[in-house]
Design a binder for this molecule. Sequence first.
Ligand code: AQP
Length: 339
Amino acid sequence: MTTDRSPAPTAASTLPANPRIFSGIQPSGAPHIGNDLGAIRNYVALQDRYEAIYCIVDYHALTSTHDPDVLRTRTREMAAALLALGLDPERCTLFVQSHRPEVTELAWLFTTVTPVAWLQRTPTYKEKRQSQPEDVNHGLLTYPVLQAADIVLYKASLVPVGKDQAAHLELSREIVRAFNGRYGETFPEPRAVHTDAPVVLGTDGARKMSKSVGNTIEIFAEPDVIRRQVMGMVTDTQRILRSDPGRPEVCNVCRLHRFFGDDYEEVWEGERTARTGCVDTKKLLAARIIAHYAEPRERYLELMADPAGVDRILAEGAERIRPIARATMDEVHERMGLR
Ligand code: AQP
């Protein structure tokens, strides 16, 4: 079984010389394998090569999570999850978005260079209007402006993210171009770095795996829960009988086998020849996912048993990057004629 968590070689080989890395993750629910395969394993790999800053974006989560206790708990859980999966506070900075409030000022300043039409056409905004019609708050509309501020407050130029973030990142680049065009060259244009699993589909086999959709395989759930989530996955819908040959290239279970074993071709062959059935393939996948995350799960439980220790790491992270945030804001004030 593979434990290689490095990014796709094509992604890494195109990186510039000394970029600063930034990425954020929402504390909007339990982390899932889509988060890990699409983004977190790149966070881990890149911390050894570049100056890396990672953020738990609690302001963003407020656009859909309104219970203070839930938000607090999830924020700490997400921090413990990232540490358990391999982020090392000695090799990167991990902090909570609201602990460096300069970002909200920068976001507001960015709204003055961002046409409303750019925000209204964002696919995520359109989706959220459908999925939470009773709560189309202003934060949902301006989400990409805050995201642009998150990244460039630290003058980061590379952003490890999944493909679902492509439109947001493109908007960040447009906002940076608009600011630089009006006030002079200030910020680098950020660009995405993807893994070799930039879009992981959910257990429904239709939409991307997503906390808010609830079609996830959770990384730190009890083994029984993981087993249930995997066994509930939609497979190749044209394979009706056990004796029907499968089509592994369109089966989400088979696709996931690529990331949880060295022998996925053998697994695929078993499906193609109907030597194995969907149930066998799911059972094997569940066992491999559980084994793959067994050690991180132990670390996660240890970290959650020491909440003060986790909070200390987050507080130190926010403090460490204060000078970068202050220097950026001083420069922005000067350029915009404030102060
Ligand atoms: N399915 C996925 N495949 C690949 N990458 C993914 N990411 C998320 N889902 C997938 C990447 O994980 C990072 C953190 O994303 P997030 O905090 O937005 O996570 P989420 O699960 O997408 O969260 P929600 O609550 O479900 O948000 P919505 O529904 O608003 O998207 C990002 O780099 C993301 O690309």
